[in-house]
Design a protein around this ligand. Structure first.
Ligand SMILES: [Zn+2]
Length: 170
């Protein structure tokens, strides 16, 4: 046996006694880190609209009652701080579109603490469970990192001008 083989065998025999707890631990880490399936994004292409603005931003803040939607611990409790930022649940850098269904209202601290990782399934389920308590009746609590037809239509619409606009219709 060559040196590499000897080293490998030594390493494996060192690990072998720990396998009964090491394997379940690794499996658990994989399961807990898994993203929510079937909620998008459909591609990793970045949305040309980077940040939440105007009506989309207001909608996300308003439906959360302008209170941070983050949990106090893992998936439990709700942060009591006022929401000041609208954040992408599935990060923009990972293909999460800038649409209301992928938005969450966060306080300054929680927005800063949030990394650019796709959140795991239990984070999404916890957020949706909390939302059932404070979202206005009829509002969809689901996180959906997909651009729908309504989102596309809202973007295609030219900015509205009021009749009192001093510049008049152009
Ligand atoms: Zn918070």
């Amino acid at each position: 046996m060559d040196l590499a083989g000897v080293l490998l065998q030594g390493m494996l025999s060192g690990i072998a006694p720990h396998l009964p707890w090491l394997v379940p631990l690794v499996l658990l880490a994989i399961v807990l880190g898994f993203p929510m399936l079937g909620r998008g994004p459909n591609s990793t292409r970045r949305d040309p609209w980077r940040g939440f603005k105007f009506a989309a931003r207001e909608t996300v803040l308003e439906r959360a009652g302008r209170q941070c939607e983050a949990s106090l611990l893992l998936a439990w409790g709700r942060c009591g701080a006022p929401a000041v930022e609208v954040d992408h649940v599935v990060p923009w850098s990972r293909g999460g579109p800038t649409v209301v269904s992928n938005g969450q209202a966060l306080c300054r601290a929680h927005n800063r603490a949030k990394g650019a990782r796709v959140p795991p399934w239990w984070y999404v389920l916890g957020l949706e469970r909390r939302r059932r308590r404070y979202f206005p009746a009829g509002a969809d609590v689901r996180v959906l990192a997909v651009m729908g037809d309504a989102d596309r239509a809202a973007r295609a619409r030219p900015p509205r001008r009021r009749a009192t606009d001093p510049l008049g219709p152009r």
